[in-house]
Design a protein around this ligand. Sequence first.
Ligand code: MN
Length: 154
Amino acid sequence: MRAISLDEYKEKRKFSSTPEPGAEQQGAPSGGLEGNPRFVVQKHMASHLHYDFRLEMDGVLKSWAVPKGVPEVAKVRRLAVETEDHPIAYIGFEGIIPEGQYGAGSVEIWDSGEYRLEDRSGKKIVFELEGQRLKGRYALIHTQGKNWIIIKTG
Ligand code: MN
């Protein structure tokens, strides 16, 4: 995983033209009720529909685009493509990114909640989600380049 940086987030966006939060807007860290870190899944109807899965981690939102959505059924695995870190403030973002801007299209929160980190090594992140829709144990496994696989393990 890359070093923590919001530079790529900033470079891709023109903040005078998009309603998305600026990279300096850090948002409230670890705002979970039990002090657990949070996650969000944002349904992003861009040129291709996908679901952006974001984990509050290392002071940013670690992010993956999941074309077919985060699995809701055990043993299902889906491709998750690593994308640039997003600022914590993005966790509550919903809105319309205008035509011509990066990621143009609508963003809505599909699920949100907290997670408990079980294990994190170079190629694997294991966690339990406690969301409105998504509940249970998941693993993100790095395969190659920006490609990961997200599996609902239980
Ligand atoms: Mn997206």
